[in-house]
Design a protein around this ligand. Structure first.
Ligand SMILES: Cc1cc2nc3c(=O)[nH]c(=O)nc-3n(C[C@H](O)[C@H](O)[C@H](O)COP(=O)(O)O)c2cc1C
Length: 231
């Protein structure tokens, strides 16, 4: 796969002057450190304060108190496939699940990203630069059954997050002929080139218009998401 050299999200923040002062960053880090990681149950929308720069996770995908979401039927013709490190995209998943009859498959990694945000960005940048995407350890279903795939992901360094790029690289051909509905979260900088990347990695799929929302608005974006699903 072509190597992608992009500005890291941290450099972007610095360049755009949006990183705030060092004090602000420290304050925000402190805030994040003080807050406990939300433990989710599979049917709840969980607002968290883990947003944007500094968002911690518990070092698992998405938390180690719960089994990854895996709800596979024998007859549904639609499926939600997603990754979520810090829970924001997973909140959208619950809404899509609520509005559809879709099966659900959460992607997890052989080697989960660290809880620490900066360590995560460092590792993610290195993986992209070395074209060494993370190994997914989720057992894949037979995608033949499905016509529609809701693909849940997040913007990393203004491109597709590494786990989703890895999923598409390994399983893209299984999605040939299917219709893809991309939905994602970001920290306020938007989707970047994620849609172009998805289309490029799925040349034989139909990629529909995406739904994308800022992480801190994800848990309250039910109405917008429903309109997107209805279109
Ligand atoms: C490694 C990394 C890189 C990120 N890069 C960007 C970025 O370039 N632009 C942006 O708006 N948000 C960026 N974010 C923020 C995430 O997109 C955002 O917090 C998202 O909601 C995380 O989704 P999740 O909670 O489902 O893991 C980045 C987050 C991480 C961990």
């Amino acid at each position: 796969m072509k190597k992608i050299f992009l500005l890291t999200f941290s450099s972007l923040l610095l360049l755009t002057g949006c990183a705030g002062s060092e004090d602000d960053n420290e304050a925000s880090q402190e805030g994040n450190n003080e807050s406990s990681i939300e433990q989710t149950s599979s049917d709840e929308i969980v607002p968290t304060d883990q947003y944007g720069r500094g968002a911690q996770s518990d070092g698992q995908d998405t938390n180690d108190e719960e089994d990854p979401m895996r709800e596979l039927s024998e007859d549904s013709d639609e499926i939600i496939v997603y990754f979520s490190r810090s829970g924001n995209t997973e909140n959208l998943v619950r809404m899509v699940q609520d509005q559809t009859e879709a099966d659900v498959l959460e992607l997890t990694l052989e080697d989960p990203y660290p809880a620490d945000y900066d360590e995560t960005t460092d590792r993610a940048d290195e993986e992209r630069e070395n074209d060494d995407l993370p190994e997914i350890n989720t057992e894949m279903p037979d995608f033949d059954q499905y016509d529609r795939v809701y693909l849940g992901y997040q913007t990393w360094s203004m491109t597709l997050s590494n786990p989703i790029a890895s999923f598409l690289e390994d399983n893209g051909e299984e999605l040939d002929g299917k219709t893809i509905y991309p939905f994602s979260t970001n920290a306020g900088y938007g989707e970047g080139d994620t849609l172009d990347r998805i289309q490029e990695m799925l040349p034989n799929s139909t990629v529909e218009e995406s739904f994308s929302v800022e992480d801190e608005d994800a848990a309250s974006s039910q109405d917008e998401l429903e309109s997107w699903l209805a279109d």
